[in-house]
Design a protein around this ligand. Structure first.
Ligand SMILES: [Zn+2]
Length: 388
């Protein structure tokens, strides 16, 4: 008989793999694939197209080969522990005063462990509605893997109806969040002595025009009356942000280079592409001004990542399911992004619901309360009853 591990034992194993986003997650994926296989569950592996030897996602199906099932979705990567003061080894799940400490215990290997546990239980107990699992990579660096895994699953498995993304919400149903896009803008200027500034192009001074546009748009958006969906968020509008900048050589040389990160947080109901177009129009306008002075000057814009908003919708089967299982009828939106919006974009009903609290995530001494892990297990038990 293969061993049936408890959620806590599974979590212990998952935490022992240091799956920081910049590093490989393959040993963890191998372990999950082997563990599921030992219980007769076949899994699919989706290698990350750009780094097939470093990262993979895993997904699997239990139950009849029919559509209409439920996906439990989690990410396997975690944020780094560099420079953080930990009381105990972040890669060894350690119990102190009713809490289990370890990197990823809250975000979100606790839910991953519950999902793996539920898959094995579903296999042994039997289900008439399928249960599926999706474990992704690269979530912490822009929700990159979720898009790949949502599309790969859609192509390979009978299509599920509902997706539960188990980011920490205290087991409450979250039905909406903002989207996000981040760009790296590189302004290429032309160096001259600053005394003849008018014959050169200062990359910094032209870059500043785009940054000032961000300030103008923020003020405009803050002054506008929010739409019905936007009003649910704080702040209730799309905002633009520059969090990082570099450039210039010396105080008396017009800057040849200025580069900065340019980010949007987009409220559901607005099209991220609309904002991208507005930004690119502004870029073209500034670039034309630069080229009127020196034709070789230019602005390069690289997309770092894009995450669509999770739009609250009516008749969301995932939301209904979670509300039935948890009894939670509150309305809750969050300001962080999740993979739920990639699943929504791939045609699934999606909801965010998982144990623990996002406020504990990413910090030194990250933990999950044992009571939250137990609440997650009770959730899975009720879910399994509904699928039986
Ligand atoms: Zn997370």
């Amino acid at each position: 008989m293969p061993t049936r591990l408890s959620p806590r034992e599974i979590l212990e194993t998952l935490v022992s793999f240091p799956t920081v986003s910049r590093d490989t997650n393959l040993p963890l994926i191998d372990w999950v694939a082997d563990y599921l296989a030992s219980h007769g569950i076949d899994s699919h592996r989706h290698a990350k197209p750009a780094e097939p030897d470093l990262k993979a996602a895993l997904f699997a199906h239990v139950g009849p080969e029919v559509e209409g099932g439920v996906i439990l979705s989690g990410h396997t990567d975690v944020v780094p522990v560099d420079g953080q003061a930990w009381t105990s080894d972040p890669w060894v799940l350690t119990e102190r005063e009713g809490k289990l400490y370890g990197r990823g215990s809250t975000d979100m290997k606790g839910f991953d462990a519950l999902a793996i546990w539920a898959m094995v239980e579903a296999k042994h107990r039997g289900v008439t509605t399928p249960l599926q699992i999706a474990l992704s990579y690269d979530e912490e660096i822009g929700c990159m893997g979720g898009k790949d895994v949502a599309e790969a699953m859609r192509a390979a498995l009978p299509k599920a109806a509902s997706v539960i993304v188990g980011e920490p919400t205290g087991m409450k149903a979250v039905t909406g969040h903002k989207g996000g896009m981040t760009y790296w803008v590189h302004v290429h200027g032309v160096e001259v002595h600053s005394s003849i500034l008018h014959t050169g192009v200062s990359a910094i001074m032209y870059g500043a025009k785009l940054i000032e546009w961000a300030n103008e748009v923020n003020a405009e958006n803050a002054a506008a009356t929010p739409g019905k969906i936007a009003a649910l968020f704080e702040p209730p509008y799309t905002n633009l942000h520059v969090g990082q900048i570099r450039g210039g050589t010396a105080h008396n040389i017009t800057a040849k280079d200025c580069a900065f990160g340019f980010g949007f947080r987009v409220v559901p109901g607005e099209d991220p592409k609309h904002w991208e177009r507005r930004m690119m129009d502004k870029v073209a306008e500034i670039e034309a001004q630069m080229q009127a002075v020196c034709p070789e000057a230019r602005i390069e814009v690289e997309t770092l990542f894009e995450l669509p908003p999770l739009v609250p919708v009516e008749n969301n089967s995932a939301e209904e399911l979670v509300r039935q299982v948890t009894g939670d009828n509150g309305v809750m939106q969050v300001s962080y992004g999740t993979e739920a919006s990639h699943f929504q974009a791939a045609g699934y009903d999606a909801v965010v619901c998982g144990p623990s609290d996002i406020a504990i995530a990413h910090k030194p001494d990250e933990y999950i309360e044992i009571a939250q892990l137990d609440a997650g297990r009770a959730f899975m038990e009720r879910l399994l009853e509904r699928l039986a």
